[in-house]
Design a protein around this ligand. Sequence first.
Ligand SMILES: Nc1ncnc2c1ncn2[C@@H]1O[C@H](COP(=O)(O)OP(=O)(O)OP(=O)(O)O)[C@@H](O)[C@H]1O
Length: 263
Amino acid sequence: MSAAGLALDHVTLRLGGRVVLDDLSFDVRPGELLALVGPNGSGKTTALRTLTGALIPDAGRALIDGRPVAGLGRRGVAARIAHLPQGFRSHWNLTVRDLVRLGAARGAGWWQAGRPAAPDPALDLGELLDRRLDDLSGGERARAAVAWALAAPAGALLADEPAAALDIGHALSLMQLFEGLRGAMTVVVVLHDLGLALAHADRVAVLAKGRLLALDTSQAVLQNGAIEAAFGIRPIPAPVAAGAWPVAVRAGPETRGNPGDSL
Ligand SMILES: Nc1ncnc2c1ncn2[C@@H]1O[C@H](COP(=O)(O)OP(=O)(O)OP(=O)(O)O)[C@@H](O)[C@H]1O
């Protein structure tokens, strides 16, 4: 399966009477690693769920490879997109091995799914395969969830805060795993850690109040003021070697008040 191109095209979406996505448009190029960042409530999860067709826009459309998501059906979307929701939990207290098997059956059926490949070594699940999910730590469960998401072939992975529970070593391994998928798969990853986003993504989309402030390279979003405008903080490039954390993020005096107030 080839990497999928994704897009939101002038999407406006209301939830509970409030505009959550406000004329939001962006393209994700086939095979790129795109980080989606923005303050709490800025619409990141809603944008991913719109791309999967789980939420229907009031205006505009979501597209996979140029085709409206609405016309693909649930199975059509599942065959193309792996969606790892925020705080993923399995309904059953499976072993990690069975969770990965379940992931391999997504979009097909148990009877059609081949044997899943072993989880990527970057996920460090070798010792955990026969442990049950309820007996794992939050970060171990989060790594198992990524293995679930990647167990079936798909043209794109939409991962909502997959690194939130991970220690720094496992978070870096996860981002390296995503980098390794480049080209073969499109990856959209929601991250709260700006260091991870800026260090590893091909491009960074900055959301605030349901609007796109920037979609550009890390260098560009650091320089064009989008990070300041979205979060009310000042990103400071750190003097570290390439490949390490490229920025430190320090609160500035302008952090008082609500992020995005200047929009
Ligand atoms: N079912 C709902 N009904 C009403 N409002 C909702 C509903 N779901 C989400 N919202 C609101 O939509 C806005 C965007 O939510 P969303 O989960 O997309 O934000 P987010 O950027 O992913 O936030 P976070 O960083 O906190 O995970 C929030 O203000 C949220 O309260």
